[in-house]
Write a protein of this length. Structure first.
Length: 728
């Protein structure tokens, strides 16, 4: 009200302020409260007029006769009589309120030559040109909650809030924080003391805008209409609007209602209406929908419908001939966007795709019946890729799981897309360290693909590669190698030498060879994979970073630290720039560089990197993940190197515990944990405990890796040193 008062005082000759906004936002209520508050300031009186329901000039003359005892000469023409009333108006400042102006041009002639003591306040759902405007938005969540409390009673609200702390905010959110909706629902609840807020929200979800609580205003309310009726006035103005092209303003509003209740990139709207002229759509958007406050501009090229207006336009869409066409078109556009989302997104790509994600989700959740069988997996897989690529596996999981459920229901248990859904869900479980859940899904996907697609199909090669990744991670190298070799051979035959899938296979096989200590076989594969990815993707790409890290790991394993360090540093820098600091790959890069520093005795440089890697992994992955165990293990190694045994021991114990639970008793990482904990006990003189662990570690290594593996050799050497020290 203070801002409104200032607006009305600013112009020296005549101050015209407009309170604009969508129906139900509180324009009339604000004007009324302002008039009541400022009644003593306007000694010349307050005149309230309704332009839509009456001729404004006649009402001004009628007001002057009744309230001011003015009688304009009848020999004057109509316009002159109105001006006579203004010239002879009571002394003092005057407030003229024009409530719900539909066309400013119709009222403008009466006020162009007014004395500056007349202040004209208009409410309108339209923008009124360059007139000073106070635009009203919906309430802030806290204010909306306060309004609801004040209507239903604070004691009742607090009682319900104790049972369900979020129910009040959820109800306000459903109503879009619109004052009219809040007041109507609040009064409805006040009339029904036994109706809970949770049940009220369920009823709104079921009947939407036709729910009785939103239908009619009570007699003592400033608003005279329910939400649906208030929006109908704007709908009528849309229907009356003249426009070019085949699509009308009401149709565009209905199309917008298919999008999620989130900001909408306008380019997606244009893609849904490719046959329409872009300038015509722009005119409908700016001159009709925005002008009537039926749409809000949220940023450059970004627009949004209020939640209740979205409900209203969906309500109107059900009766339109184009409803089915619009739904198919919208789904087709969002499927195309979903297909473009990369497996691993850079920060720039995340920014580009983020606005589309809720709209892809809308298709998956509410419009999947309008997506063809061929595209069925994409609304789910698109969102899943978006979150997986950022390391947000918990947010990706529901999309993968829902994809499998929907494809099975529509396509049957035995279908190539069901195989893809199984494979994708297995990949997620693999990233989460849920290996026992991933394996049967990978195996089932491979069997289905072999059955439906033949042995020489790219999807079969991908399944072989993914299953090999799992076996490699589980330390089952003898199972992984033939699958890797077969996948590489298939990919080369189907795709040629210069393809990313081929580079991926080269890298994976090299990783296996490195883990087995077959360094001379691994290095040329790593170099070839790095060269190929750089050629295909350029120097700055997440896949290139992975290749840099892997080659650096090889050099580190060989003790070639001066060659490893620049690659690790380059990988860490690129990963942070491309993926952001909160990403599993950033944690891995920090861990790798820290390990190099630790072995070089550069402890002060290693510790902050290890701590940050652990922190990122805990936030993104959970406490029960192999990467978290790796961080515990490496941080403990740093403390042990510094003689901080009391800090190292609990970390080593936790790493061992996680690895045994996730990987089983026969995994090389478990052997490594036994070896590390044994070394700690040896340093503390706890020889009986250390010996038992050394024996267990060596036994696992010899059975799982063989007697000539680097890890086996290292454990055997450590055990021999222990024996000489303990029994000399």
């Amino acid at each position: 009200m203070q801002t409104l008062h200032e607006l009305l005082q600013q112009n020296q000759q005549v101050a015209i302020a407009a309170i604009a906004g969508m129906g139900g936002v509180g324009k009339t209520e604000l004007a009324l409260q302002y008039a009541i508050q400022q009644c003593n300031s306007y000694q010349g009186g307050i005149c309230w007029l309704l332009p839509k329901s009456e001729d404004i000039g006649s009402k001004i003359i009628q007001f002057a006769r009744i309230q001011l005892d003015l009688n304009p000469p009848k020999d004057l023409d109509f316009s002159a009589q109105v001006q006579y009333c203004f010239r002879n108006w009571r002394e003092g400042e005057v407030l003229l309120v024009l409530d719900d102006v539909a066309d400013y041009r119709e009222v403008k002639p009466y006020f162009t030559s007014l004395s500056s003591r007349f202040k004209v306040l208009m409410t309108s759902r339209q923008q009124l040109g360059r007139i000073a405007t106070l635009s009203l938005d919906v309430l802030q969540p806290e204010a909306a909650l306060e309004l609801l409390k004040s209507i239903i009673g604070r004691e009742r609200f607090e009682r319900e809030n104790q049972r369900n702390p979020q129910v009040g905010l959820q109800l306000c959110e459903w109503l879009g924080y619109l004052p009219l909706g809040l007041e109507l629902v609040g009064r409805y609840l006040a009339r029904k003391p036994d109706l809970s807020l949770a049940e009220m929200r369920r009823r709104l979800e079921k009947k939407r805008l036709e729910q009785p609580a939103l239908q009619e205003a009570e007699a003592d309310m400033t608003a005279q209409r329910g939400v649906l009726a208030a929006f109908e006035l704007s709908w009528q103005e849309l229907e009356d609007a003249l426009c070019k092209g085949g699509v009308t303003p009401p149709l565009v509003g209905c199309l917008l209602s298919l999008f999620a209740a989130a900001p909408i990139p306008w380019v997606l709207v244009e893609q849904c209406l490719l046959e329409e002229d872009g300038e015509d759509l722009e005119e409908i958007r700016d001159d009709k929908l925005l002008n009537l406050h039926l749409l809000q501009r949220k940023g450059e090229g970004i627009y949004q419908l209020h939640p209740l207006l979205r409900e209203f336009f969906q309500y109107k869409l059900t009766g339109l001939d184009k409803a089915e066409e619009f739904k198919h078109s919208f789904c087709k556009v969002m499927v195309a966007v979903a297909k473009d989302i990369p497996q691993t997104s850079t920060l720039e790509q995340i920014t580009d795709f983020t606005p589309a994600i809720p709209h892809i989700a809308e298709v998956a959740n509410n419009l999947i019946q309008y997506v063809s069988d061929d595209d069925l997996i994409w609304p789910f897989f698109g969102n899943a890729k978006f979150y997986t690529g950022q390391g947000l596996y918990d947010q990706a999981a529901p999309w993968f799981e829902q994809c499998l459920e929907v494809t099975k229901r529509r396509l049957g248990e035995e279908h190539p897309d069901v195989a893809s859904s199984l494979n994708n869900l297995a990949a997620l479980y693999y990233y989460q360290g849920r290996y026992s859940e991933a394996e049967p899904l990978y195996v089932q996907a491979l069997q289905l693909r072999r059955c439906f697609l033949s042995e020489s199909h790219l999807d079969v090669a991908n399944s072989l590669n993914n299953l090999a990744n799992l076996y490699y991670t589980l330390g089952s190298y003898s199972k992984a190698e033939p699958l890797y070799v077969q996948a590489l051979s298939l990919r080369r035959r189907l795709l040629g030498e210069k393809h990313l899938y081929v580079a991926n296979s080269l890298n994976n096989l090299a990783e296996l060879y490195r883990s087995q200590g077959r360094y001379s076989e691994a290095e040329p594969l790593y170099v070839q994979a790095l060269s190929l990815t750089q050629h295909l993707l350029g120097q700055e790409h997440p896949v290139v970073v992975t290749s840099l890290n892997n080659l650096a790991n090889l050099y580190y394993s060989q003790g070639r630290y001066s060659e490893a360090e620049p690659l690790y540093v380059q990988a860490l820098s690129l990963t942070g720039c491309l993926l952001g600091q909160e990403h599993p790959d950033v944690a891995q890069s920090r861990n790798n560089l820290a390990e190099l520093y630790r072995f070089q005795g550069r402890y002060s440089e290693a510790e902050p990197l290890l701590l940050e890697a652990l922190s990122i992994r805990r936030r993104l992955l959970s406490e029960e993940h192999p990467d978290v165990a790796q961080s515990f293990n490496n941080l403990a190694g740093l403390y042990q190197s510094q003689g901080k045994y009391s800090e190292a021991e609990p970390l080593l114990r936790e790493a061992l515990s996680i690895r045994r639970r996730l990987l089983g008793e026969e995994h090389p990482d478990v052997a490594q944990s036994f070896n590390n904990l044994a070394g700690l006990y040896q340093s503390q003189g706890k020889y009986s405990e250390a010996e038992l662990l050394f024996v267990q570690a060596l036994d696992i290594c010899e059975r799982s890796l063989g007697v000539g593996h680097p890890l086996t050799i290292m454990v055997r050497s450590n055990y021999a040193i222990f024996l000489r020290q303990a029994y000399r």
